[in-house]
Design a binder for this molecule. Structure first.
Ligand SMILES: Cc1ncc(COP(=O)(O)O)c(C=O)c1O
Length: 453
């Protein structure tokens, strides 16, 4: 148990400047990083006698022991299909019901019927967009952005062909990779039916002003579909405060198993006709959860929520009697405040690597507008070469476009291999930033990263 405690928990405020209790909670969390890391078995992996450095979080995070245990327990004791009249099926149904309730708490939804699990965000988005497509007419308009992951673009583009809708684009300001809201204003009109936007960029870490974007879309009479996949491990999610019609995220990006998670306003979910088999329910989550769900993974995500609630109580100031929602909000608020320290350290360290060009928000004063995900190029070295060299040194990072397809093209980097991407989450240590910067300086100087493969 840590000796550190914060003093207060607050409602979700994604872009708020940290106040004193939040700052205290954040430094408590940073100070207890060894205790945090001990919860994640994968983090004990070594490479060449040093800890393996997981800076690949944007592609998927590691999971705490609670998640692994919950998955094993499910497979050992409660592995059954749903709605049977026997003990294991009843137990499995109870676990799945509890996981829906916990997911609703995580997102700030009104209840378990407002959320559905699926294979991943992409599959859920194709399913919902097709159901929405059934309601659209030729000439209706959908707005997408050049900052989004293609999973929140391609499903909407498909409706051009299928339903004759018109897709309108919102561009970026290249200097800091933020969304051009004047472009959004221009794109909205009387025929706009949907605005699809991300909460945070999976490439450059920009946090979008989603409340403002939702308000603009609603003022134009359009629905909103928010991709919170990249934001979920970093930014508190409150679907009611965002007022979004839909939101999607993926537990495997926030310390859970490989799954997708959908939220929809009840009136939206009810009215849409989903693609499903006839005996499946016509209401609630079941309408969107096609086929047999991966029960062990959904049980595992319950372990993830337990871990996060523990973190919120231990470090985020949520008292022992706090609700699960309050504990989860406290956890992610504390993580967000702690990660600002990581962002500042990374901005400073990357800024000193010769030939490194960082894309996105680089001004430390604006650190609240980003999550600790950084994309860069290194002069004279292709992104794949840098990533492979870091990989040989036991530092896992991504290169390419990571499906931020439009952004990489807007920046003119598609032909040259995209960018190297490093992502930090709350279990990463400051020493990993120093190690990364040292390896990059060595690569820049033509000495390689000094790795063993
Ligand atoms: C921002 C963002 N949206 C969507 C996706 C797709 O998620 P999934 O793999 O759950 O389909 C990703 C995955 O990298 C992502 O980072």
């Amino acid at each position: 148990m840590s000796a550190y405690r914060a003093t207060k928990s607050r409602a979700a405020a994604p872009l708020a400047t940290p106040n004193a209790p939040e700052a205290a909670a954040a430094s408590a969390l940073r100070a207890a990083v060894a205790e945090i890391r001990a919860q994640f078995p994968a983090l004990s992996r070594e490479h060449g006698g040093r800890p393996y450095s997981y800076l690949d979080g944007p592609g998927g995070t590691q999971v705490p022991r609670r998640t692994i245990d919950a998955m094993s327990r499910y497979l050992e004791r409660s592995n059954a299909n749903h709605e049977g009249g026997f003990a294991t099926s009843e137990e499995s149904d109870a676990i799945l019901a509890e996981a829906h309730a916990a997911a609703a708490d995580f997102l700030g939804a009104g209840g378990p019927d407002e959320v559905a699990f699926g294979q991943n965000m992409t599959t859920l988005t194709f399913s919902v967009s097709r159901a929405i497509g059934r309601t659209l007419k030729p000439g209706d308009e959908i707005v997408v952005t050049r900052l989004d992951h293609d999973a929140n673009v391609a499903p909407w583009l498909a409706l051009q062909e299928e339903r004759g809708v018109t897709v309108r684009w919102v561009g970026i300001r290249e200097a800091d990779c933020t969304l051009d809201l004047a472009d959004l204003e221009r794109a909205l009109g009387p025929r706009t039916r949907m605005v699809a936007v991300g909460l945070a960029s999976n490439a450059v870490g920009t946090i979008n002003p989603v409340r403002q974007i939702v308000a603009m879309a609603h003022a134009a009479g359009a629905m909103t579909y928010v991709d919170a996949v990249h934001a979920a491990p970093h930014v508190p999610i409150d679907v009611k405060a965002f007022d979004t019609d839909f939101l999607v995220c993926s537990p495997y990006k926030f310390f859970g198993p490989h799954l997708g998670l959908l939220y929809g306003k009840p009136e939206r979910l009810e009215r849409l006709a989903s693609y499903k088999v006839r005996p499946a329910p016509d209401t609630g989550s079941g309408k969107w959860e096609t086929g047999t769900l991966p029960g062990e993974s959904i049980a595992g995500v319950l372990g993830t929520f337990d871990y996060l609630a523990w973190l919120g109580r231990e470090f985020g100031g949520a008292g022992a009697g706090a609700s699960r929602r309050a504990a989860l909000v406290a956890a992610v608020e504390t993580i967000q405040a702690a990660e600002r320290g990581l962002s500042l350290a990374a901005l400073a360290a990357l800024g000193e690597v010769p030939g490194l060009k960082l894309h996105g928000i680089t001004d430390p004063v604006r650190v609240v507008e980003r999550v600790p995900t950084f994309a860069f190029t290194l002069a004279g070295h292709s992104p794949r070469e840098v990533a492979a060299e870091l990989g040989r040194a036991g530092i896992a990072v991504w290169d390419g476009d990571y499906y931020a397809y439009e952004l990489i093209r807007a920046l003119g980097l598609a032909e040259s291999g995209g960018m190297v991407r490093v992502g930090f989450v709350h279990y990463n240590e400051t020493s990993e930033i120093e190690r990364l910067a040292e390896a990059l300086r060595s690569i820049a100087a033509g000495r390689g990263a000094g790795g063993t493969s």
